[in-house]
Design a binder for this molecule. Structure first.
Ligand code: COA
Length: 260
């Protein structure tokens, strides 16, 4: 398979997807989201593949978020559709894939990047990784499941703080609060993920797919939360704060929010 924004490497039972827009810190534009869906669908259908690793190209970023330039001028309806469609074809899709998906977080995982890592079944980080949900600094909220998956993983209070401050935590802090399972030097990140994948691939793929289903079913009472997130995400696009936040980012200046 050939992709514009992804590199797909296959080694026996292991597939590694490298998100490859390093000049934009691997930001998720619509095309990349579509390609990730296509790659994951093909890997799901391929019975030779037992484990999938998702990582970012370069040494700086896993994914620095959804592509702000692409959505800065969206209307409320377009914003809501962006969240709903992305959730459906990528974030929920990864979470419910019937084979294990490991996020190898090799640098910044911000906004949609952290949300992608949260959708993966578990996360391993390199020492330089920095994670956060900076959306409110842009006048919008996390729209790809961040308000739902982050509190589940690290607890409501910690998630609230991270979302409200729009701050970043480093790999050590992420390890402490259970956001990532392991932290290693960057050069050991993929080898460790491959070792874990190798251990996983010795087990029954059928049993693993049932385990994924069972664990996810336990988390499914959040359906209304996801709906509320999508609706609120869309509503942000009608605010002056959103216009100011995204314009300020693209103009490389600090936002001055009118608060309306
Ligand atoms: N969407 C679109 N473009 C992005 C991006 C995003 N989420 N994140 C980074 N980029 C682009 C920058 O605009 C810049 O492009 P340019 O060289 O054409 O100007 C390029 O990637 C490099 O980023 P830059 O900001 O110069 O790198 P930095 O090392 O100074 O800062 C970050 C790194 C991650 C702190 C900074 O890029 C950032 O804050 N990104 C946005 C994070 C965010 O808010 N994500 C949530 C989106 S909902």
């Amino acid at each position: 398979m050939q992709f514009e924004n992804l590199i797909l490497e296959i080694d026996e039972h292991l597939a590694t997807i490298i998100i490859n827009r390093p000049k934009k810190l691997n930001a998720l534009n619509k095309e990349t989201i579509k390609e990730l869906h296509e790659a994951l669908s093909a890997l799901q259908a391929d019975s030779d593949i037992k484990v999938i690793i998702i990582t970012g190209s370069g040494e700086k970023a896993f994914v620095a978020g959804a592509d702000i330039a692409e959505f800065a001028h969206y209307s409320e309806a377009e914003g809501e559709e962006l969240a709903a469609h992305g959730q459906k074809i990528l974030f929920d899709f990864v979470e419910n894939l019937n084979k294990p998906v490991i996020a190898a977080v090799n640098g910044f995982a911000l906004g949609g990047g952290l949300e992608l890592a949260l959708s993966c079944h578990f996360r391993v980080a390199s020492e330089n990784a920095r994670m956060g949900l900076p959306e409110v600094s842009l006048g919008v909220i996390p729209g790809y499941g961040g308000t739902q998956r982050l509190p589940k993983l690290i607890g409501k209070g910690r998630a609230m703080e991270l979302i409200m401050t729009a701050g970043m935590i480093n790999a050590k802090e992420a390890l402490k609060c259970g956001l990532v399972n392991h932290v290693v030097p960057q050069e050991e990140l993929l080898p460790l993920c491959e070792e874990l994948a190798d251990r996983i691939s010795k087990n029954s793929p059928v049993a693993i797919s049932y385990a994924i289903k069972a664990v996810n079913t336990g988390f499914m009472n959040t359906a209304r939360g996801f709906e509320a997130e999508i609706k609120a995400f869309g509503e942000c696009f009608g605010t002056e704060d959103f216009k100011e936040g995204t314009t300020a980012f693209l103009e490389k200046r600090k936002a001055n929010f009118p608060g309306a």
